[in-house]
Design a protein around this ligand. Structure first.
Ligand code: E4P
Length: 217
């Protein structure tokens, strides 16, 4: 399973990238706004800066919702860097736009996916990635990991090439469960990635090893 970081914060992207396990980045308008980025020039410069840190797919989301506008916006985003993936919402015009980008060799990430039916449409349109939001599914009292399992099983049965990108990750356990479910990619906050490191027995064991190592010197 590939690891993407789900943030527009350059320090966090650098920190995750320095671990050596980062495969890409996802952003969304909320994450970009959180960094105080405003205006097309600043937005595009920020995506360029992210692409210069991480050597892998960087999802940049369109801000419009009509076919013509999404195509125009997506073309500009895709021209920023070869690693840019145009992130398109799961709406009717979005599916048309994904098909258009697929036909024109531009990679896409279909976002705001909450059902297997939506994931089938995204794959039919040729999306490079589909992003089921599992944390938000859990928040609504449904089972987000089950959704990943359902989509993975459908894609395998049908031979769809779209990669299942588990999004809206809230915990390290979400990451483990998505790996079990067969997700191709997990996009996570830095805290969830770092949470994977933690185990009290590791800390206790290391303390003991450090103590014993001192006795050996
Ligand atoms: C996915 O690409 C989205 O940016 C993200 O995972 C949404 O997560 P949230 O539900 O924590 O906002």
């Amino acid at each position: 399973m590939k690891f993407f970081i789900d943030t527009a914060n350059l320090d966090q992207i650098k920190e995750a990238n320095d671990l050596g396990i980062l495969d890409g980045v996802t952003t969304n308008p909320t994450l970009m706004a959180k960094e105080g980025i405003k205006g097309t020039a600043a937005i595009n410069a920020h995506y360029k800066a992210i692409c210069e840190i991480v050597d892998g797919p960087v999802s940049a989301e369109v801000l419009s919702t009509t076919f013509d506008e999404m195509i125009a916006e997506g073309k500009v985003l895709a021209a920023i860097h070869p690693n840019i993936v145009v992130k398109i919402p799961m709406i009717k015009d979005g599916i048309k736009a994904i098909k258009w980008f697929t036909d024109n060799g531009i990679k896409t990430n279909c976002t705001l996916v909450f059902s297997a039916g939506q994931a089938i449409l995204a794959a039919k349109a040729g999306a490079t990635f589909v992003s089921p939001f599992i944390g938000r599914v859990d928040d609504s009292n449904w089972d987000g990991v089950q959704l990943i399992e359902d989509i993975v099983s459908i894609y395998n049965a049908q031979g769809y090439l779209t990669e299942v990108l588990a999004a809206s990750i809230r915990t390290p356990l979400h990451i483990v469960k998505c790996a079990e479910a067969g997700a191709d990619v997990c996009t996570c906050p830095l805290s969830s990635i770092l949470g994977l490191l933690k185990h009290p027995l590791t800390d206790l064991g290391l303390q003991q090893f450090i103590k014993d190592a001192q006795n050996m010197q």
